[in-house]
Design a protein around this ligand. Sequence first.
Ligand code: AMP
Length: 308
Amino acid sequence: MSKLVVVGTVAFDAIETPFGKTDKILGGAATYIGLSASNFNVDAALVSVVGGDFPQEHLDLLTGKNLDISGVEIVEDGKTFFWSGKYHNDMNSRDTLVTELNVLEHFNPVVPESYKDAEIVMLGNLHPLVQQGVLDQMNAKPKLAILDTMNFWMDIALDDLLNVIKNVDVITINDEEARQLTGEYSLVVAARKIHTMGPKYVVIKKGEHGALLFHDDNVFYAPALPLEEVFDPTGAGDTFAGGFAGYIAKTGDTSFENMKNAVIYGSTLASFCVEKFGTERMESLTREEVNKRLQQFKDLTQFDIKLT
Ligand code: AMP
């Protein structure tokens, strides 16, 4: 089993979907990634920052999932990062209503000493300079560095983002972001372009249409499980990334073949995340539920055709 370092936001979110609206609830990329990765019982540490307004119960939730939060700085006189978003009726697209960086504005990440030798590093959505700052603190180049990002950082810090992208092995990105990053509409062409930017592996998330994994000329596709109810897609992308990174950390195997399974785990865990508002569903998830859904995934995608 490998150690896992996760950097990303720990946040307050206010979410509006066609099914309802929340006040400020627990959110953030690192939160979702951590909760998702915790399903693999790996030794994982979160690196992030919150303000003095962040409730102890949220921190307790993370430690209750065996996540090391010694790298989560608390700025007593600061305010926690706040994001608010509103989903359209199709639940696949959303508008960002508010992004308040707050304590994130002057954040210098500190990787706990005992995690500087972690083999797997998951650079969750956050300023690319902070992502690079975490990579720089590792004792050696990690066995696998995975990066997730979003259009917000492409808009305000593209050069910094391109610099950190050069230094990672895997990028997970959604379809619209892949198009924005490369200027290419075709996802196959976009993935090829992203390969030339650095990452040997490119995962393109397509929301309810699943995810694609590219490596050189190899492509693997995992559908999303068709769900009766999608309540709130917030955090699905991060949950996917957490499942992917957690599975790789658990198995210690960074081959393309094993990454296929990591994609399946990511999709499976993300399918739970969207069933309730915020982190609620991920908080109560059991191993049995995950296994049952993995079986459903197998049934959904297995067929036996004889080539004549
Ligand atoms: P996802 O739905 O997977 O894209 O992730 C949603 C989460 O990302 C929310 O919990 C937000 O707190 C967080 N988030 C939103 N905007 C940003 C941003 N610009 N940087 C980092 N995290 C963000």
